[in-house]
Ligand binder design. Structure first.
Ligand SMILES: [Ca+2]
Length: 429
């Protein structure tokens, strides 16, 4: 639409939005690796397949071919990105308590309190407009980037090009993932072109996610909103834009105002059918009656829940797992990042920050009750009956792959953040 001449690009480079993360010095802890993201690899200018692709997307989108060729040609292969994208070795023990400890800590809670206080009216406006409660938004932005402090230090174009053209072939879904990242790279170039911004400037995660909310380019194009009304949508420097965009994302995935994300659950050993309960993984499937009939017991407000439920299992290494009854809203949180551990960390961080708000007198104890969880208890019920483990648990579904019934990840529609699981910490850490 507005093809750039080389001259324009050079000018744009100088005028590029201050955008992405001047302040970001490290990748988020969950994804952090000791390597410096600044290590540079071979430029893609010499990669025929990549340059052919550049010509194709230039033609398809009416972009200036030289602009696209220069952008792709100067993108660099990053071996670190390939390594970070490798799936965790099978047999790696999942450990909720260890995972939790990475995100629920005094530093993050204090930063969340500050963020909530500074953005309280915006968070309330987002709830009015989109129906998504503040603590969920605060939980997401805290887990993703520690409230903008860790937005990633990889050059986005390097990360996306590496994953588009050199996705690790050992990955079980390499072809699909490679196609996905080519779509994201195309979206990224379109965004930068539309903004008149330098495609080599933005920094982000090793998967190319950007800003306080770590949106992939396709998600930026589709769900990001200008929530502070300054005429620009900037998730790296505008907390309001990040807040509105996260809320808009959740609304689009069907967040239901007022519905708890989960309920505590306990087991009746006599009739427990854990295999059947875990078979659908995190996809809410069971009515309260069928849940109960299979030995998963609910209480209080959960008994009046109308929609379907899922039994969410959180493993604890060699210790007994914990379980909660996930609602459709729990499932919506996993559309942001396909992991039940991630969703639970978001919920718990939001709850903790909310409690800090109450303790500081910034929220009344009677403020509309916490819709993130029915129970106050920070994660419920160990319910460690530890019956025989199910013969064939739907392992792994909640840690990277969407359940089969879930909407397939069409271009621009998958999780806002990288469509790969956050690596779980080693059991000992
Ligand atoms: Ca804005």
């Amino acid at each position: 639409m507005f093809p750039h001449s080389l001259l324009t690009v050079l000018v744009a480079a100088g005028l590029a939005l201050p955008a992405l993360p001047a302040m970001a010095q490290t990748v988020p802890r969950a994804r952090a690796q000791p390597e410096r993201a600044s290590q540079r690899g071979v430029p893609y200018a010499g990669n025929e397949e990549a340059m052919l692709w550049a010509d194709q997307i230039a033609q398809r989108n009416g972009l200036d071919a030289d602009w696209v060729r220069r952008a792709i040609g100067r993108a660099q292969f990053l071996p670190t990105v390939v390594r970070l994208m490798q799936p965790a070795p099978s047999g790696t023990a999942k450990n909720w308590r260890a995972y939790r400890s990475r995100f629920i800590d005094p530093v993050r809670i204090a930063a969340g309190l500050r963020f909530w206080l500074e953005n309280q009216s915006t968070l309330e406006r987002a709830q009015q407009v989109y129906g998504v409660p503040p603590q969920i938004i605060v939980g997401i932005i805290g887990v993703e980037t520690l409230y903008g402090r860790q937005m990633g230090s990889f050059r986005v174009i390097d990360a996306l090009a590496t994953l588009a053209f050199d996705f690790p072939q050992s990955h079980p879904r390499a072809a699909e993932r490679s196609a996905y990242f080519r779509g994201e790279l195309e979206q990224f170039l379109l965004l930068q072109q539309r903004r008149g911004a330098d495609p080599l400037a933005p920094l982000g995660s090793y998967a190319g996610a950007m800003g306080m909310a770590q949106f992939m380019p396709g998600s930026l194009a589709r769900w990001a909103v200008d929530f502070d009304g300054d005429g620009r949508t900037d998730l790296a420097t505008s907390a309001a834009d990040a807040i509105g965009s996260v809320a808009n994302y959740f609304k689009s995935y069907g967040w239901q105002p007022g519905m708890p994300a989960y309920y505590p659950v306990s087991f009746d050993a006599g009739r427990l059918d854990l295999e059947a309960l875990l078979a659908p993984d995190i996809l809410p499937t069971f009515s309260v009656a069928s849940f109960t009939a299979k030995g998963a017991l609910l209480q209080g407000p959960a008994l009046a829940h109308k929609g379907p439920l899922a039994l969410v299992e959180l493993q604890n290494g060699d210790d007994p797992p914990q379980y909660v009854a996930g609602t459709e809203n729990f499932y919506v949180i996993t559309r942001y990042n396909w992991s039940s551990y991630y969703a639970m960390a978001v919920i718990e961080l939001g709850q903790q920050v909310r409690q800090a708000m109450v303790a500081n007198g910034a929220l009344g104890p009677d403020a509309p009750s916490d819709p993130a969880a029915a129970a106050d208890a920070s994660v419920a019920p160990a319910a460690p009956l530890a019956p025989d483990p199910p013969a064939a648990p739907a392992a792994g579904l909640s840690d990277g792959a969407p359940p089969p019934e879930a909407t397939p990840p069409v271009q621009g529609a998958p999780a806002a953040t990288p469509p790969e699981p956050l690596p779980l910490p080693p059991p000992s850490s």
